[in-house]
Structures are given as C-alpha cells and as structure tokens.
Design a protein. Structure first.
Length: 495
C-alpha cells in the first residue's frame, strides 16, 4: 500500500490541523484564502479516497504511534464515519470559494486571515471527531472545533454576534463538561477510554447507577452540542448573527458531526447494552424528536429574519435525524443517517442564498426581500429550489430522507409517527411560502429598485450545492446504500 493509503485516516485530520497556523503566518487576505482553499480541496480528495477504501475493504483501524488500543489512541473508520468525513470535507471545499467574496463584505480585512485559520481548525476538529475511537480524544477534537466556532461566530461586524458567541460558548462549554463527566464515570467503572473496549466491558456493569448517570451526562452533553430540542437555545442567534459563510459551514456540518458522535456512543460504546430498550428511553427520545420537528417549524413560521427562520428550521431537521435513530429499525436509522447528508446540502444552499442577499442588500429581513424575484432572479430561484427540498418535494433530497423515515415508522407499526412526519413537512410549506410570496408577489422595497444579481463567485457554489440536492434526490442509490450499510452495521453491533 502507498503511504497515503496506509495513513489516510490520520492524514485527513492532520492536513487541515497543520495548515491552519500558516494562515497566521501568511496574514494576507487573498493568500490565506488561496491556501485554505487548496488545503480543503486536498482534504476532500483524501476523504473521497478514505470512503472508497472503507467501502471496498471494510473498517479501517489506525494505531497512533503504533500503540495499539486500549492503551494507545486508535482511529477507527467505518462506513458511517467515512460518510461523515466526506460531508465535512466536501462542504468545506465548496464553502471556501464562496467565502472569499462574502467575507470581504461582512468582515474587516484585518481579520480575514483569522477566519481562514479558524475555519481550518474547525474542519480538523470535526474530522477528528468523525475518525477517533477514543472517548477522551473525541472530547479533545470537540473542544478544538468548538473553540474555533466561538471565534467564527463572533468575528463579524455585527455586535450582536458577540452576544451570540458568548451564549454559544457558555452552553457549548456546559455540553462539553457534561460529556467529559460522563466518560469520566465510564472510565471509573471500566478503566478504559477506547470505544471498542468500552463496548466489551460495559455490559458487566450496566445495572450500576454510575453507568446510568454516565449515559445521561453524555446524552445531555451532546444534546446541547447538536441543538436537540429543548437544548437548542444557542443555535438561532449563532446562525443569525454569524457571518454568512460561517453560518453556511456550521449549519451544514457542525450539528451533523455531533449527531454522528451521539450515534457512535449509543450504538457502539453502549451497543451491547441497547440503552434505548434496557433503560426504556426509546419512547422519551421519540417524543422529544417529534416535539423538535413541530416546535422548530412553528417557531420558523413567525420569524421575520430569514437566517433566523432557517435556523429554527434546522432545529426541526435535527428532530428528523433523532427520530430516525430512535425508531429502532434499519430503514428508519438509514433515514436519519441519509438526512445528515441531505440536510447539509439543502441547508447549506439556502444559507448561501441568504449570503447572496446579504451581500446585495445588507439585510436578510423578510420585508427587505420584496420584489427579489425580479431584481435577483437567480438568487430567488435558488431559494425556491432549496425550499422544495426543505418541504420534501419529490426529486429532491428532502423527499428521500422523509421517504426512508416514513417507511421505517410504518415498518415499526407506528403509523401515527409516519403521519406526524408528513404533517410537520406541511409546516415547512408555510414558512417557505412567506418568502416566496415576498420575493415574487410584492413590489421592490424602496431603495432597492436598481438592485442587480449577486456575483458569480457567490452564485456558482450555491448552484453546485443545489445541483447536488437534485442529483441525490433523483438518484439516491449511492447515499441510500451507504446509509443502509451503516445502519445495519450499527444495529447489528447493538444486539
């Protein structure tokens, strides 16, 4: 095997991690952006090769420093981990070309190189979370990505972003603290931090209060990180007031990696215990997921800031993902897994549209978007296309996700849950239609009569994501097979 094939699971993390400080050394805005873009493209190429290796050859294990587990840190990449790595790397490679124009408008020039440095650190942290098989190492990468994210949220010119970043920091730190307390309890009971080793040792102590408390701390900790209802309070302001390019990347990746980490812990570390059944948690988690689906959509309906509307929509979409992993069969879990990828595409595209609007208008308020369909036809059309996927219209990725979820609910015999999935999708029609009506059926706002289309440097990445929204909506063979293989592997490991 070549050097890259042998070390690919660690290279995908090391490349952006080592590259990040060079943005500080370069300092120049354009040079730092070019460097970060090249690094992201290289990382995406590594992610594609990693997925190919896992798909053809099975799970990859890599012992750092040739210290085998459980004493050493082990990186372990299966189908789901490789899928998440691809999501993060691909979105980063698409966002960086978009970021240059957007950042130039929204962030002071002297801070540009800091943005690219923090983006690379965030990418490295998220990728590390996806590949590590050590519970404490997961915490380390969680903190790397989180600290970079706090800076990214608060680095813009909007002073409200500082408050949003502070709230995110407090709640994010609280979530990380809950998680590290949980793994500390597991270490106390087992003497190991290796996830595979923990899965073997935990069944012997599964009835102890310490293990019960550890599970609760871990679920609440990652519940805060992934904005699971009702632990979502940090998310709307963070997405609303962060610079547009930052919002695009975070909305498309951060919550997905947190959900992946929770899946990994529940179905790998606690897999042999089957905590949703053993501790009678399944029904409670389903209730919270459905509540999040409806609460997020209902709150989105009443928003006048479209970035905040899409942020609350993300709370609802997280509900779909949690519902998929909690129903308990492979179809539903595949729906939750595939929705991580699908939501990254459609919500990334929609937030890119908002970046185009912010670039031209300096505002993303609903009333300021009146007449946008005539003045910015490509931007307005992009929002409509992304909105179709958010609703779940056939031929879009949103439909694929909900099709899997409905099938999974019906297979479990829970037809009321299937009905609630479809009803919650109807709520998306309401808040998407409010924007469509304003763009196409209202006169342009005063002062915006001569407004022109957004620059191509913003539109091209937006339409690349939209093309993926329809491509993987029309042909979901690749994503569906990958999600189903990951779901069957996880459920097989939990029995």
């Amino acid at each position: 095997m070549s050097f890259i094939e042998t070390h690919i699971s660690v290279l995908v993390v090391i490349v952006p991690l080592i590259a990040a400080p060079f943005c500080i050394l370069l300092r120049n805005s354009v040079t730092a952006w070019a460097w970060a873009t090249v690094v992201c493209l290289v990382t995406m190429a590594l992610a594609v090769q990693l997925l190919q290796q896992v798909w053809l050859g099975g799970t990859i294990s890599y012992d750092l420093g040739n210290w085998p587990g459980p004493w050493g840190i082990v990186y372990r990449v299966d189908e789901l981990g490789a899928f998440v790595v691809l999501i993060v790397a691909a979105l980063a490679a698409i966002v960086l070309p978009y970021a240059k124009t957007s950042i130039e408008r929204e962030i002071p020039k002297e801070r540009h190189y800091l943005v690219y440095c923090m983006l690379l650190l965030c990418i490295a942290g998220l990728l590390g979370m996806a590949v590590t098989s050590d519970a404490f190492n997961l915490f380390v990468f969680l903190e790397i990505s989180s600290l970079a994210t706090y800076v990214l949220v608060g680095i813009g010119q909007d002073r409200r972003a500082l408050t949003a970043a502070l709230r995110y920091l407090i709640l994010g730190t609280l979530g990380a603290t809950f998680y590290v307390i949980g793994i500390g309890m597991l270490y106390q009971m087992t003497g190991s931090l290796n996830m595979t080793d923990l899965a073997t040792l935990l069944p012997a102590v599964q009835d102890t209060r310490t293990v019960h408390a550890a599970l609760a701390f871990i679920v609440v900790g990652f519940g805060l990180k992934l904005a699971m209802f009702p632990l979502h309070f940090w998310l709307p302001n963070a997405y609303t007031f962060a610079p547009s390019a930052v919002t695009v990347f975070l909305a498309a990746t951060a919550t997905k990696v947190a959900i992946y980490s929770l899946i990994r812990l529940i179905f790998t570390v606690f897999g042999d215990i089957e905590p949703l059944e053993t501790y009678n948690l399944r029904f409670a988690v389903i209730i919270l997921a459905v509540a999040g689906m409806f609460a997020g959509s209902l709150m989105a309906i009443f928003q006048t800031n479209i970035k905040r509307m899409l942020a609350y929509s993300s709370v609802a979409q997280v509900g779909y993902m949690i519902l998929g992993i909690s129903i308990g069969n492979a179809l539903a879990m595949a729906g939750g897994i595939i929705h991580m990828f699908n939501h990254a595409l459609m919500k990334g595209a929609l937030f890119m549209v908002m970046g185009c609007v912010m670039y031209m208008l300096g505002s993303v308020k609903l009333e300021d978007m009146a007449g946008l369909g005539k003045r910015m036809p490509f931007t307005a059309a992009a929002f409509v296309a992304g909105g179709f996927s958010l609703i779940g219209v056939p031929l879009t990725v949103g439909f694929v996700s909900k099709f899997y979820l409905v099938q999974g609910a019906l297979l479990a015999g829970w037809w009321p849950i299937a009905l609630l999935i479809m009803l919650s999708s109807l709520l998306a029609i309401i808040y998407v239609w409010r924007v469509v009506e304003m763009m196409y059926f209202r006169s342009p706002a005063i002062g915006h009569g001569q407004m022109t289309e957004a620059p191509m440097t913003l539109l091209i990445p937006t339409y690349v994501l939209l093309a993926a929204v329809f491509w993987f909506g029309i042909d979901a063979t690749f994503t569906g097979d990958l999600a189903m293989a990951a779901a069957e592997s996880l459920l097989g490991g939990s029995k």
